[in-house]
Design a protein around this ligand. Structure first.
Ligand code: XIL
Length: 472
């Protein structure tokens, strides 16, 4: 059975792609003002826009936290779920950091893409010193313990990471391969599948964005795992270099989709030689736009995760000397050109101007906003099924707001089971909702979205009650 959030994503993605293809442009709805955050735009087209987060920044830096919450609908722990962080010594698990990240995601209605169970790097020496049955047992125990802990809370996992080498598509000559033989890959997936049957399982790697020997090898492995129903998706890390989005990337993603798999851009960054000039930042924006558009246009691409929030958070300068500035935000959290192009690629409005309140319109020729109502809100059913449905809701500000409240009463058996980007008393016949911490402040004409799932009696039609919206 699919979890509700996966169901939402799958169904919405299908609907939207049809609409996007037919119009040749981004979404247009009754509330046509374009989305002005990455998160709003990605929500509207049913995609994940994710960010790799650092535990210490999330704990200690309020502006980092606020931006992660308002701009992204999916999180990956940059380091906190790796083996060295979760089981530094045999059988001693430490989940403080990983728990905090998953809690944050849950509080903010964000999905979690888990990273990673089996990797040759950031794996403690006690593991690397094992061999034979002891090593295999350690791997199985580790996967079971971590997957069980986050069952139902982590949506998808990078089960194995970087198992193919850079030369000729051979398997990476890691301690895993040397000591367990190539069967370790299948064992890892079998263990993960049994531990959390509802999570999507991914194989993740770098330099597989193009059609090349390395992606050919991933393709062969993926085919074998898919045939055993052990694999759901392929993660393309996409640590790219300025001006070098591979020309075969789109066709390459498609061939994996044609195997019946999901694809995901899992660790996107686009590095350049620092310091960056404006031409390079414009090129970077164009590169980001290409990659994000590729995913937006491909129904089975679940989303894009950028590998860090601000340029200063990136791993790039320490690993590729002389390179840097590969992300969407500057260190002061101002937005780079690549932010704007990414927003546009998701169907949002990257001009930064709310489309419904042009600043220079002649007052005599415009209809004034409805008086007596600081905001309006509307529900729409995104995907109904027999005993439930996923809804999206749009709140539109008719004046500048610092908070909003919404209320409605269900006419029938509908009741909210879980919700995102909205707070309040939500589960009764009468719903009393309010903005989340990050989506209460709206300029006049601006909109924001929230969403929820309901349960209902079998077969009844999911109703669309009228919502009363008031400024708070
Ligand atoms: C990197 C992190 O960003 C760094 O903070 C850490 O020191 C090393 O690992 N491929 C992966 C990621 O799968 O886990 C790596 O993350 C980047 C390359």
């Amino acid at each position: 059975m699919l979890k509700s959030r996966q169901r939402r994503r799958a169904v919405i993605a299908g609907v939207v792609t049809v609409a996007t293809a037919a119009l040749g442009i981004g979404l247009s709805t009754q509330f046509a003002s374009a989305q002005t955050t990455l998160r709003g735009a990605a929500d509207a087209i049913g995609k994940d826009i994710g960010v790799a987060v650092s535990y210490s920044q999330l704990m200690n830096n309020a502006s980092y936290r606020n931006t992660v919450a308002s701009e992204f609908n999916s999180l990956t722990a940059e380091n906190a779920m790796k083996w060295d962080a979760t089981e530094p010594s045999d059988g001693n698990y430490t989940f403080t950091q990983a728990d905090a990240i998953v809690d944050f995601a849950e509080d903010n209605g964000q999905t979690v893409h888990g990273h990673t169970f089996v990797w040759h790097s950031q794996t403690p020496s006690w593991v690397q010193n094992l061999s034979g049955t002891a090593l295999q047992t350690a791997m199985v125990d580790h996967i079971n313990t971590v997957a069980n802990r986050y069952e139902g809370r982590v949506d998808s996992w990078d089960v194995v990471n970087e198992v193919v080498s850079d030369s000729n598509g051979a398997l990476r000559d890691s301690f895993w391969l040397q000591k367990l033989g190539e069967g370790y890959i299948t064992t890892a997936f079998q263990t993960a599948r049994a531990a959390d049957p509802n999570a999507d399982l991914y194989i993740n790697d770098y330099s597989i964005e193009a059609d090349n020997a390395k992606s050919d090898r991933i393709y062969t492995i993926a085919q074998g795992l898919k045939a055993q129903n052990l694999l759901d998706g392929v993660g393309f890390q996409s640590h790219l270099i300025l001006g070098q989005v591979p020309s075969t990337m789109e066709a390459n993603l498609q061939r994996f989709v044609d195997l019946g798999l999901k694809v995901r851009i899992t660790e996107l960054d686009i590095r350049l030689q620092t310091p960056a000039d404006s031409a390079e930042l414009a090129q970077q924006a164009a590169d980001y736009q290409r990659v994000v558009e590729m995913c937006a246009e491909l129904v089975d691409c679940t989303g894009v995760t950028v590998w860090g929030l601000r340029d200063g958070d990136s791993w790039v300068p320490s690993v590729f000397p002389g390179y840097g500035a590969p992300l969407l935000f500057n260190d002061d959290l101002s937005k780079k050109p690549a932010y704007t192009s990414t927003l546009n690629a998701l169907g949002g409005d990257g001009t930064g101007n709310p489309t419904t309140t042009p600043a220079t319109t002649d007052p005599a020729t415009t209809t004034p906003p409805p008086t007596g109502s600081g905001c309006t809100a509307q529900l729409s059913v995104q995907s109904p099924w027999n005993t439930g449905a996923t809804y999206s809701a749009t709140v539109k500000a008719n004046q500048a707001l610092t908070g909003w409240k919404v209320t409605w009463t269900w006419p029938g058996s509908e009741r909210i089971s879980n919700a995102w980007s909205v707070t309040g008393t939500l589960t009764g016949a009468t719903v009393n909702g309010a903005n989340a911490a990050y989506n209460g402040t709206l300029a006049a004409g601006q909109s924001t979205t929230f969403g929820f799932n309901i349960t209902k009696n079998d077969g009844s039609t999911a109703s669309v009650p009228t919502v009363t919206c008031t400024p708070a």
